[in-house]
Design a protein around this ligand. Structure first.
Ligand code: PPE
Length: 312
């Protein structure tokens, strides 16, 4: 996971401001209580210029996340969609990661937000392979976390809420201390939920499996993307509860996320799954074709930045 690389502008509360000026007071509510929601989106260089992948779906999820926290973002889905497209254009980045965030700002301090304004910002910066280039080609080593996934009756996982990420942070730190690249969190009942920042898939006897949303996972847009195009490629995809034994005995395993794209898993808890298998490799390459605009069947998922940047 790379250092944050400064770019020229950040969109903040309706204006483009210099990177260094996009600051807030230490008294903001969101900092004290994690009362915010965010998104992670990727923009890719395509033959027709830079396009943001499934931007509208991500901004809609941001609004839904806020609604679950009873927070009203003062900008519409269309406002934030347009601001994201302009921001990537203004920063002249051929490809990058886009991070919208909305949180309770400065006003009262105390658990229930009163008339705190909701601050809204969008940043973008270059972000390479989430789990490293080697992870993309050889697969990563993951560990089942001793921290369980926060159940959805504690905080709704359908909300990509800032505070929820303490659960992910503890899990991935524990995994890293043990020498692993990523953590898989289980539900309280012991079923596979998701990783600190990705959804999980396994392949067994040619069938693709992924855990149901009821396990308290983020409703991953990459998960949804992969499920849709995998079916169109002729694969059978089943949504089922999975146990850790299912993972250890899987023919293949991989994880999906905006940042991680399709990353193969080579080991779980030192059980060897192996080099990335044929299904994983086929899905990884189909995904990269789609996001980079090489597969016209999914062209409606690409939203082009303004002003359009033609490839030199
Ligand atoms: N589960 C979690 C917990 C999660 O954070 C993500 C995204 C996913 C599943 C996959 O969701 P989607 O991106 O819609 O397919 N994690 C973001 C990275 C978090 C980070 O800041 O690091 C991401 O991939 O952008």
């Amino acid at each position: 996971m790379a250092d944050l690389q400064a770019t020229e502008k950040i969109w903040m509360n309706g204006e483009f401001v210099d990177w260094a000026d996009a600051t807030v007071h230490v008294g903001v509510h969101g900092l004290h209580y994690g009362s915010g929601v965010f998104e992670g989106i990727r923009a890719y260089e395509t033959a027709k210029g830079t396009a943001i992948f499934r931007l509208s779906d991500h901004i809609q999820r941001l609004h839904d996340s806020a609604r679950l926290l009873r927070m009203t973002i003062p900008y519409s889905v269309e406002d934030l969609r347009r601001a994201s497209l302009e921001l990537v254009g203004v920063n002249k980045l051929p490809s990058c990661y886009v991070r919208p965030i909305a949180f309770y700002g400065y006003g009262s301090l105390g658990v229930p937000p009163r008339d705190n304004p909701v601050y809204t910002a969008i940043m973008c910066w270059p972000w390479g392979a989430y789990l490293g280039e080697e992870g993309m080609t050889r697969g990563v080593r993951v560990k089942i976390s001793s921290w369980v996934r926060m159940p959805s009756n504690v905080v709704p996982h359908a909300s990509k809420a800032c505070g929820l990420y303490l659960n992910s942070m503890l899990a991935v730190q524990e995994a890293a201390l043990g020498g692993y690249e990523e953590a898989i969190l289980l539900t309280e009942k012991g079923y596979i939920a998701d990783c600190s920042g990705e959804n999980v898939f396994i392949v067994k006897d040619g069938v693709i499996y992924t855990p149901p949303l009821e396990t308290g996972i983020l409703h991953g847009i990459t998960r949804n993307t992969v499920m849709e195009f995998a079916v169109s490629l002729g694969y059978e995809v089943k949504v089922e509860n999975l146990t850790r034994a299912d993972l250890y005995l899987a023919d293949e395993a991989f994880m999906t996320g905006t940042a991680a794209e399709v990353t193969p898993v080579r080991e779980v808890d030192d059980y060897l799954i192996g080099d990335p298998g044929p299904v994983t490799l086929a899905l990884q390459s189909a995904y990269l074709d789609i996001v980079q605009g090489r597969d016209d069947r999914w062209a409606s998922w690409l939203e082009y930045v303004t002003p359009a940047r033609a490839k030199a």
